[in-house]
Design a protein around this ligand. Structure first.
Ligand code: BGC
Length: 715
């Protein structure tokens, strides 16, 4: 006969008994316990580390009252503790640790002190170096953990659809494959240090204008091929523990109560085992959200506190559904060791280090993109007198973006400071803030080289009104360029800007929001201590009209809806499909060295089993033909065999190669079966069309000198 063990369980605040087969507990290696004597860990069977996270969560669930469960599925607002941006209290009776959530995209946010200000994520990804992103995640995760954070609200991996998007600087760029690789790297980095990472913002969070109500109208193929992949990668390869549903709606339903996004895509298609939390105040309902799959409301209990108790009492939300939400949260906490590993740091802890400062500098250097270098104006000679123009050069350095990723920088090295330190008195450095054009021109004229710092003030909560530089900065550049032929412009922008003066300047550098080491990084690039190797992770358009989202219906939307009528033609895909020449293409960036690619070999050339896990190897030779050591990014694009609605070509692999002057190296990249696949909404899945695919290899989306065909049998 079966032996049953009695466990006390509180339901609707009434203690009830449930019976668990004793054999199950014995099988799990646990002595039966009674809830009455749960005061040390031996009486807490869920603390057995030999059990799986799911087993531990199930055992803990059995011991929880209804109220204790409801406590887990929402934050407490206002928070009873200092710091952080989200807080779920711990449970002393059962030994459940508190959840402390903090923002952090360029370092620990929410007003934290004594932390490292890293460059903006867009700067880090402009390195095109996923190893660097892994380290970026490690530094961020390490400081979060030592601040007491156990859930770090990073990274943002939404594909940039609208170039004016106010959160472009927090993102990775405009390509789904590229963003996927960066998301995997950063998540693994963060989670290696203790905190659970958070893939945000799920899904179609592509604009700030009207962001609390905007409805993204987007077809399923586009969702699957463009917007979902970074989240898919975050879950499948990154093993991210949490996902944040977004403010906006997708096809009529808010992200945090959208059954297609939460149940069909996240849970069913992607088999996501972690938990979904809402963006801050992005929950709009109790019953619809709970039943669609939102596990946790943030930051407070508007819908998941008393209203959830009521919905459970009247049967609109089942106890099984509540259990499922709690189980996901607990199982994830167990999986990431939150019950097992000590965390002693607090919000007051001093967590920045000299190593992290050096890393911040490295990211800024690696992410800086050299866009123009007429007549080899750069690198500069130490003997040349310099005029630094623009407030971002000295009084008001533009080192970071605004909004929830805003931070308290421990210091910011200004460009003037960095350049002066680098020159150590060997040449004059003059400065003008640029507010007076005549004065700026005069200062520029007196120097051998003029460097103008221009910027956009990007922030969460607002899109840029257009792509022009604000505050008459175009006029400043024109005035300086007219006064000095050796004018270099440094952009501190979160994304693309229009540059009507491009033909009048000698040098152009995109330095993004470079973090606390701003001035040291730009000095290292200007004087060639570091050879620039960054590449654009998004397209810079030539004119305001020549962008993929150039109608009001697309952005900012009409009657609250933004129609994704460009479909798959996002970013460079659109420029290629419409044969529009951008100002600077996706993947573009110059070096002080030169590189030559040759000897492309594809193996195999005829592919039978794509779709059945067969990778295609891409081999080539890369040579540094210049006089300086440097790095080049090899990019592989794939062109579909026929006009089947796909963009002309899409990035499917990339790698960064460091080469000494004159050095040659063989490089191998792999194309996964997905590289040849398209999503078929009728099949609800991916298929590989039969035919001749073109593999294009080069150093930007518009410079692909090596090309070969591959025959694919398809499926
Ligand atoms: C942002 C999130 C952020 C949250 C908490 C929201 O406004 O969209 O990215 O994590 O606030 O600060």
């Amino acid at each position: 006969m079966r032996q049953y063990t009695k466990l006390n369980l509180f339901l609707f605040r009434l203690p009830i008994d449930i019976f668990v087969p004793a054999t199950l507990l014995l099988f799990l290696g646990i002595a039966p316990v009674s809830a009455a004597s749960q005061n040390n860990s031996s009486n807490r069977p869920w603390m057995r580390r030999s059990l799986t996270p799911e087993q531990r969560a199930d055992l803990l669930l059995l011991a929880m009252t209804l109220d204790e469960k409801v406590t887990m599925v929402h934050g407490v607002d206002p928070r009873p503790i200092e710091g952080y941006v989200g807080y779920v209290p711990g449970n002393n009776r059962l030994g459940i640790p508190a959840l402390r959530l903090a923002d952090g995209r360029a370092g620990v946010g929410n007003g934290a002190k004594d932390v490292t200000l890293l460059p903006a994520p867009i700067a880090a990804t402009a390195s095109w170096d996923s190893n660097l992103l892994h380290s970026f995640g490690e530094v961020l995760g390490n400081e979060e953990w030592r601040k007491g954070t156990n859930v770090s609200l990073a990274p943002s991996s939404d594909v940039v659809r609208v170039p004016e998007w106010g959160r472009t600087f927090e993102s990775y760029g405009e390509d789904p494959y590229f963003n996927s690789q960066m998301a995997i790297a950063e998540i693994q980095g963060i989670q290696s240090q203790g905190p659970i990472a958070n893939a945000n913002m799920y899904l179609t969070m592509n604009q700030e204008n009207n962001r609390f109500k905007e409805d993204s109208i987007v077809d399923r193929r586009t969702l699957q091929e463009i917007y979902l992949p970074p989240f898919e990668a975050a879950i499948e390869e990154g093993q991210v523990g949490t996902v944040m549903c977004a403010y906006v709606k997708t096809n009529g339903s808010y992200s945090c109560e959208n059954p297609y996004l939460l149940a069909t895509l996240l849970r069913k298609q992607l088999d996501f085992q972690g938990w979904v939390m809402s963006d801050w105040d992005a929950t709009h309902s109790t019953v619809a959200s709970a039943n669609a799959g939102l596990d946790q409301e943030m930051p407070g209990a508007k819908y998941y506190g008393a209203p959830l108790n009521a919905a459970i009492a009247n049967g609109q939300v089942s106890t099984a559904t509540l259990d499922e939400h709690v189980r996901r949260i607990l199982a994830t906490m167990f999986r990431f060791g939150l019950f097992d590993k000590p965390q002693t740091g607090t919000w007051d802890s001093y967590v920045r280090t000299p190593e992290h400062a050096a890393f911040s500098l490295k990211v800024a250097e690696q992410g800086t993109v050299l866009l123009k270098n007429a007549e080899r104006l750069l690198p500069l000679a130490e003997s040349e007198s310099i005029a630094v123009i623009g407030a971002a050069g000295e009084e008001n350095p533009k080192a970071s973006g605004g909004g929830s990723s805003g931070m308290i920088a421990p210091y910011v090295i200004t460009p003037v400071d960095g350049i002066r330190k680098r020159l150590a008195g060997r040449a004059q450095v003059a400065y003008a803030d640029g507010s007076d054009r005549a004065k700026a021109a005069e200062v520029a004229k007196a120097a051998k080289v003029a460097i103008v710092f221009v910027n956009t003030d990007d922030s969460e909560g607002r899109d840029r009104p257009n792509l022009e530089l604000p505050n008459h900065q175009d006029e400043l550049v024109e005035a300086v360029a007219a006064a000095n032929p050796n004018t270099i412009v440094v952009l501190n922008t979160g994304g693309p800007v229009l540059m009507p003066w491009i033909d009048k300047i000698g040098g152009l550098i995109e330095a993004w929001y470079p973090g606390q080491e701003d001035g040291n990084a730009i000095a290292a690039i200007l004087y060639g201590d570091v050879n620039p190797s960054g590449k654009l992770p998004l397209t810079f358009p030539r004119t305001a009209d020549e962008i993929p989202t150039n109608t009001a219906a697309q952005w900012p939307g009409v009657n609250g809806s933004s129609t994704y009528s460009e479909k798959l033609d996002v970013g460079y895909r659109w420029y290629d499909a419409h044969q529009v020449r951008p100002l600077f293409p996706f993947g573009f960036g110059l070096s002080y060295a030169t590189f030559k690619l040759s000897d492309l070999r594809i193996t195999p050339v005829a592919i039978r089993g794509v779709g059945a896990n067969q990778n295609v190897q891409v081999d080539l030779q890369v040579k540094n033909t210049g006089k300086r050591d440097g790095a080049e990014v090899i990019q592989v694009y794939v062109e579909q065999p026929e006009k089947n609605g796909e963009p002309p070509r899409q990035l499917r692999a990339f790698t960064k190669v460091n080469l000494q002057a004159g050095q040659s190296q063989s490089v191998r990249l792999n194309l996964s079966p997905r590289s040849f696949s398209i999503y078929d909404p009728d099949l609800h899945g991916w298929k590989t069309p039969r035919g001749k695919y073109k593999i294009l290899v080069g150093t930007s989306s518009r410079d692909l000198p090596l090309q070969r065909d591959v025959d694919v049998a398809g499926n």
